[in-house]
Design a protein. Structure first.
Length: 119
């Protein structure tokens, strides 16, 4: 069994696409339009990480409580500074042990996103 993708029901699709492409460096792989809304799949170059953003006004929206998404990066300090300059109010960088550093920031719909660096 393999995890395929994570689906997030969003209120403002373009704001979510901008956030995730900026924060995670995922790129738009596919985009679908229908009479009821729009779906965008974001993926990394190798295709093993994929997020589906769904914007359909009549469907239930995620309220942003109870979980977070974690992405690894080798440029944690640069990303922390970058999100601060964008006004996204990240948490402080935390260093719980000698091997890990991370911070959190919220996406436009309140999903907590963690960027983590393994040392």
């Amino acid at each position: 069994m393999q995890f395929v993708h994570l689906t997030i029901m969003v209120k403002k699709l373009e704001a979510s696409v901008e956030f995730y492409t900026m924060m995670t460096e995922l790129k738009i792989a596919r985009r679908f339009y229908s009479s009821s809304g729009e779906i965008v799949f974001l993926t990394n170059a190798d295709g093993e990480t994929e997020i589906e953003l769904v914007c359909m006004p009549q469907m239930e929206k995620f309220e942003g409580n109870g979980f977070f998404i974690c992405f690894t990066t080798d440029k944690l300090d640069v990303m922390h500074e970058f999100v601060q300059t964008r006004g996204l109010k990240p948490s402080d960088i935390r260093e719980p042990d000698a091997e890990n550093r991370y911070f959190y920031v919220y996406d436009p719909d309140g999903v907590s996103v963690q960027l983590k660096q393994k040392l």
